[in-house]
Design a protein around this ligand. Structure first.
Ligand SMILES: C[S@@+](CC[C@H](N)C(=O)[O-])C[C@H]1O[C@@H](n2cnc3c(N)ncnc32)[C@H](O)[C@@H]1O
Length: 243
């Protein structure tokens, strides 16, 4: 049986998705509040940057993968307008339901689909843009998920991967202190769950860095990949074009 990472732990591949589900089942209700606290609101700016780079136009079809509480889907919906389509998806029912409720509260109605990014239930070339924000890191077979994202894109379509990445060396010490000292405490105080936030910090450290992810996207079928470092590499936006 092959093994993979769950944070710093080595687990059987077959068990990773269940462990990840446990994390997001646990944090779903307080996810948005924690996101604001732990990023000091910066996740909003990172997502706004990704949405600006996406430059989605009226009539386009957008697939948001691992969409969770729906921030990106909500931003794309008015841009595609009545003639376009935004599909909000996630593997986790609690996250998806929280997101769907938030979208409805904001007056946004769009299709919500429970699905695994590694086996997408969409035909080839169904979308002009695929986005995945802070989701790829949690997937067991990232190459398989990237190949699926490529398959459902039109030739010339773009994939946006917004994800934690490798920080600049000058920031590394402070970032480690924040990640392994402050973050689990914040998780315990606010969400009564230090473990999930320890997983978050660890999963970032074992995620492919900017160059490695770029290579993976090229191998998955993206002919051209641009990398935008944000906040000194705390986060990177990879933009791949399907050839
Ligand atoms: C950190 S949240 C990100 C949510 C949202 N995109 C955001 O940026 O706020 C990560 C999400 O990835 C989802 N996820 C993990 N593995 C997945 C998979 N294999 N397929 C689809 N979604 C997955 C989780 O359920 C969770 O909702």
């Amino acid at each position: 049986m092959s093994r993979t990472h769950f944070g710093f732990e080595s687990v059987e591949e077959a068990h990773k998705a269940t462990r990840v589900r446990g994390v997001f089942d646990s944090v779903a209700e307080r996810y948005d509040l924690m996101n604001d606290l732990m990023s000091m609101g910066l996740h909003r700016a990172w997502k706004a940057y990704a949405v600006a780079v996406a430059n989605v136009r009226a009539g386009q079809r957008v697939l948001d993968i691992a969409g969770g509480t729906g921030d990106l889907a909500r931003a794309f919906a008015p841009q595609v307008g009545g003639t376009g389509l935004v599909v909000h998806t996630d593997i986790n029912e609690n996250m998806l339901r929280t997101g769907r409720d938030r979208l409805i509260d904001a007056g946004v109605t769009l299709p919500t689909v429970l699905c695994d990014a590694e086996t997408l239930p969409f035909a080839e070339a169904s979308f002009d843009l695929v986005s995945v924000a802070f989701g790829l890191r949690n997937m067991t077979h990232k190459e398989r998920a990237l190949a699926e994202m490529c398959r459902v894109l039109e030739p010339g379509g773009r994939l946006l991967v917004l994800e934690f990445s490798k920080v600049a060396p000058a920031l590394a010490k402070a970032y480690d202190w924040y990640s392994f000292q402050l973050l689990p405490r914040l998780g315990r105080w606010v969400a009564n769950d230090a473990e999930s936030y320890r997983y978050l910090a660890e999963s970032i450290r074992v995620h492919p860095d900017q160059a490695a992810l770029k290579g993976m996207m090229k191998s998955a079928g993206f002919g051209h990949v641009d990398v935008h470092n944000l906040a000194g590499g705390v986060v990177a936006l990879h933009v791949g074009i399907r050839c």
